[in-house]
Design a binder for this molecule. Structure first.
Ligand SMILES: [Ca+2]
Length: 285
């Protein structure tokens, strides 16, 4: 028999350890908990008895279901003015369904809540991670949003930033089984807004300004100069990226003479103007 930290102040506790005796949980207080007093037996406080020979204490250990090992100890104190405590175990019986060691990782699910149009969210998205584990129970759930830091999940969190998002998540149970990493993805709508301004000079000058709240990438544009005597620069196409609050200036070189119509199209926005072209000068009116 081993003696584990016997202490007269903790006498008549039943304790269990899942780590080989390093730490102990109190699962029964035979001295102070009325559930362990036995009317009719002798020797207990207030007329109650502690006759554990006839009335063995029963402790529910279901909270330890799935533990790979379980040690049980009972602290017994001798009476008298100089009590001495020892831990002892005798005639212990385990009953119930023994599930054996927990080797199955938890299962975590990701739930998204928010207002949707088509399959895109149009406002804040609340992310809820729910983990279950059938044996030892969930120890913790960990997640990461996009390129952020790993963090321990405690409560649902809100994502409000526009764009595409990915939440990586997984859980670990109390037996150390680790769930494979999963992820859920969603998009919060990006509202793209921009304006086109035409001006003349040497060639056609088109300024496209990002007036929205998100960066514009891959915006296709077309500049056409439609006239009978336009020899160079009838059409120019390209693709631009425009950060929030910025603009790009595109020059389309022209050689021609006479009246023309200048049209600039970017995405689904179009601006046009009448023009007179004299060699490589363009006058808009
Ligand atoms: Ca498990």
């Amino acid at each position: 028999m081993n003696i584990y930290g016997a202490d007269p102040d903790s006498h008549d506790y039943i304790k269990v350890s899942t780590d080989g005796g390093d730490t102990w949980d109190i699962v029964g207080d035979l001295c102070h908990d009325g559930d362990f007093y036995f009317p009719g037996a002798s020797g207990g406080p207030g007329g109650y008895g502690w006759n554990w020979n006839e009335y063995p204490p029963v402790v529910n250990l279901s909270a330890y279901d799935g533990s790979s090992s379980l040690m049980v100890a009972w602290n017994y104190n001798s009476g008298g003015g100089d009590p001495r405590g020892i831990w002892m175990v005798d005639d212990v019986a385990f009953t119930g369904d023994m599930a054996g060691p927990d080797t199955t990782p938890p299962v975590t699910t990701c739930t998204l809540e928010g207002e949707m149009e088509d399959d895109v969210y149009v406002g804040n998205v609340t992310v809820t991670l729910t983990a279950t584990d059938e044996q030892s129970g969930v120890n913790y759930t960990e997640y990461r949003l996009n390129d952020g830091e790993n963090q321990t999940y405690t409560d649902p969190f809100v994502v409000s930033e526009l764009g595409e998002h990915i939440v990586y998540y997984h859980s670990v149970d109390k037996a150390g089984n680790e769930e494979d990493k999963k992820n859920c993805t969603f998009t919060i709508r990006q509202t793209v807004s921009y304006s086109i301004h035409l001006s003349g000079g040497i060639g056609v000058n088109v300024r496209i300004s990002n007036t929205g709240e998100v960066n514009i990438t891959g915006l296709e544009y077309t500049i056409t100069v439609d006239g009978n005597l336009i020899f160079v620069g009838k059409e120019k196409t390209g693709v631009v990226d425009i950060p929030v609050g910025e603009s790009v200036l595109i020059n389309s070189f022209v050689i021609g003479i006479g009246k023309a119509i200048v049209t600039a199209t970017a995405g689904d926005v179009e601006e046009s103007s009448n023009a007179i072209v004299i060699l490589f000068f363009v006058f808009l009116y």
